[in-house]
Write a protein that binds this ligand. Structure first.
Ligand code: AMP
Ligand code: ZN
Ligand code: FE
Ligand code: FE
Length: 278
């Protein structure tokens, strides 16, 4: 068994991160990791770029994605590991999610404008530069236009979940996301449940085919981590973890900061072999 660390939750500029996919292997090898997963929100175009940019011996780039789902007003994220990122159905859904994200960003900008902030939608598009648009791009655009003083102010005053300019995303149900990931050959894992507070949904997700729970995450203090560790064992599903790195200007999480043990990636790899019938 490996005694090295991995990081199974990383965002790039293809969604709302600030590092390019090509920079991820460099940062990962500097951190001494043996595997990293690219898990952009509703985007898979960073995977191939990260793999192509990986010149580091002994570093594996795991293809992944993070899909948004809703149960009531809760925003539940499902990670998908070892997905086939060229799968036609997956790509069609991703195209739809991106289209809906664009419409939603427009609605958020309209709300901000009614609140007196003179934000141009074009600035948001410029900042996003073709990525799957999320609230962080709107926050960046507000800073760029000098309508707020710092990035976090956008969330605390306007676009946080309880903010006056918040608008929910179009999202499918957890069962649909799990099915979509499995159809694309992936391993569906519940992301950062400690920040969602909807544990009552977990048994149904497991029945619907969920194969793991993210236990190591910056939003999980050690008691929370231990709690989800036990819950995953109870349900007989995998444990994973990652930094949820979004890059400079996006909080303190750095690649590798969660010290996720290498066996978590090995377990994912074994599960992938099992589901592909190898
Ligand atoms: P979205 O997918 O557009 O709803 O945006 C979600 C992303 O916004 C998360 O992945 C975080 O990167 C970021 N985010 C959400 N809430 C906050 C917050 N309170 N402060 C800073 N960033 C946040
Ligand atoms: Zn994000
Ligand atoms: Fe997430
Ligand atoms: Fe994430």
């Amino acid at each position: 068994m490996s005694n090295k660390y991995v990081d199974l939750h990383i965002h790039t500029r293809c969604s709302d991160g600030t590092s390019t996919p090509e920079e991820i292997p460099i940062l990962a090898s500097q951190a001494g990791l043996e595997a990293v997963a690219i898990t952009d929100h509703d985007a898979v175009d960073g995977i191939e770029r990260a793999i192509a940019g990986n010149t580091c011996n002994g570093l594996e780039i795991i293809p992944g994605v993070e899909l948004s789902t809703t149960v009531g007003d809760a925003d539940i994220h499902i990670l998908g590991y070892y997905i086939d990122w060229r799968d036609r159905t997956l790509l069609e859904w991703i195209a739809l999610f991106r289209e809906k994200r664009l419409e939603r960003a427009r609605k958020i900008v309209e709300k901000l404008r009614t609140l007196g902030l003179d934000l141009r939608f074009d600035t948001v598009l410029e900042v996003a530069d073709g990525a799957a648009i999320g609230r962080p791009h709107i926050a960046d655009a507000l800073v760029k236009e000098e309508l707020i003083r710092f990035y976090g102010e956008a969330f605390s005053r306007y676009i946080g979940y309880d903010g006056p300019a918040y608008f929910p995303k179009y999202a499918i149900s957890p069962a649909e996301a799990i099915r979509l990931i499995r159809r694309a050959g992936g391993i569906p894992v519940l992301a950062h449940p400690g920040s969602v507070h909807r544990d009552e949904c977990i048994p149904a997700m497991v029945r619907d085919g969920l194969m793991g729970i993210e236990v190591f995450h910056p939003m999980h203090p050690s008691v929370v981590r231990q709690y989800y560790e036990k819950l995953a064992i109870k349900h007989g599903i995998l444990r994973t973890g990652g930094s949820d790195y979004h890059g400079e200007g996006r909080g303190r999480a750095q690649i590798g900061c969660e010290c996720v043990p290498g066996w978590m990636a090995e377990d994912l790899r074994d599960k992938k072999k099992q589901v592909s019938g190898e």
